[in-house]
Design a binder for this molecule. Structure first.
Ligand code: PLP
Length: 327
């Protein structure tokens, strides 16, 4: 008896198609091992629909490379000794230091139409050059054949305009130096449709059904069920789980806890009274063999909010109860 989290391939695929219907190529973001669900597994489900993938780092690149022939972009920095491997194996590395750029320029002559990514987001925690490095990097790139994909990310709704301005200013400065800017991209699940940057959509959480405030009519691809272990009539047990709160209603105990992704922050939301490592107590006499926390009718963002999590955290957490397929 264990909780059961499943990912519906048909819904995942129709969500990916919905993003594609906006008219731009879809890049599936499968970092953090596919938001916990297995990057290779997601690639298996999405490979004929999406245009490319994003991973976080070299380790993820290598694992995903074995699962797809599509281009794989990297979000984070690449160690110097892996740059050539990435470029030769259909990877598009993100470059955020002058030193890394110099390493690309050193080997560019031996590569066919190399592409790199440069981020224009000026915020720590993102692999982007700082202001002084930008100056040096755009000078180093002047007139060379390396194609540049410029990217940014909307990290706050009230910074949309400033983010876009930074992106376009960097583009103009690069083009002034005859650098080949091949595309701009900014859109993720929550920031579809920034005017200047329609190179592609980089979508992660949206594939699972999160909307993050956007208008996409996607559906929840995750089902999460927990077997009901016991039920108690009101008064049969004076308390539920931890705590000292007297409980005067029927109670159902389900076999799923924080070890399975039901975070303690979910306590108090919906019927959830308490969350332990392996068991959660629910207010009410739940019928049937199991209780469904989430299915294809659910609003993933609403459940995340009720549990005081971001949709991304909810998706990652619930993957803990998914049966992982090796590879
Ligand atoms: C994770 C990530 C994405 C995907 O974001 P979602 O909200 O999951 O769609 C897109 N772009 C960048 C730079 C990211 O780090």
């Amino acid at each position: 008896m264990r909780p059961h989290a499943t990912l519906d391939a048909a819904i995942l695929r129709s969500n990916a198609r919905a993003y594609g219907a906006t008219g731009v190529p879809v890049a599936a973001v499968v970092k953090a091992d596919g938001y916990g669900w297995g990057a290779g597994r997601l690639a298996f489900m999405l490979d004929d629909i999406v245009d490319s993938y994003f991973v976080a780092d070299v380790d993820e690149f290598r694992r995903l490379r074995a699962c797809t022939v599509l281009p794989i972009r990297l979000l984070g920095d690449v160690p110097d000794d892996a740059l050539e491997e990435i470029l030769r194996a259909g990877g598009i590395p993100n470059i955020s230091t002058l030193e890394a750029l110099r390493n690309v320029l050193r080997i560019q002559g031996t590569l066919r139409a190399p592409l790199i990514r440069l981020g224009t987001l000026r915020a720590a925690g993102w692999s982007t050059p700082n202001d002084s490095e930008w100056e040096a990097m755009q000078n180093a790139l002047a007139g060379c054949s390396v194609g540049v994909e410029l990217w940014t990310h909307v990290v706050s709704p009230d910074r949309v305009e400033a983010t876009e301005r930074d992106l376009l200013a960097r583009k103009a400065a690069l083009e002034l130096r005859k650098v080949r800017v091949v595309s701009l991209d900014v859109s993720s699940t929550g920031a579809l449709g920034m005017k200047a940057a329609q190179g592609m959509v980089r979508v992660g959480a949206g594939l699972f059904g999160a909307r993050l405030g956007g208008a996409m009519q996607n559906r929840c691809a995750i089902t999460y069920c927990a077997p009901i272990a016991r039920r108690y009539r009101a008064g049969e047990m004076p308390r539920a789980g931890y705590g000292n709160t007297a409980i005067d209603t029927d109670i159902s105990v389900v076999r799923a806890g924080y070890a399975d992704g039901i975070t303690q922050s979910a306590m108090g939301s919906g019927p959830i009274i308490s969350v332990g490592m392996q068991y959660t107590t629910l207010r009410g006499w739940m019928l049937g063999p199991s209780y469904r926390f989430l299915d294809d009718e659910s609003d993933l963002d609403a459940l995340a909010a009720a549990w005081k999590l971001s949709p991304h955290e909810l998706i990652v957490n619930l993957s803990r109860a998914a049966l992982k397929v090796a590879g």
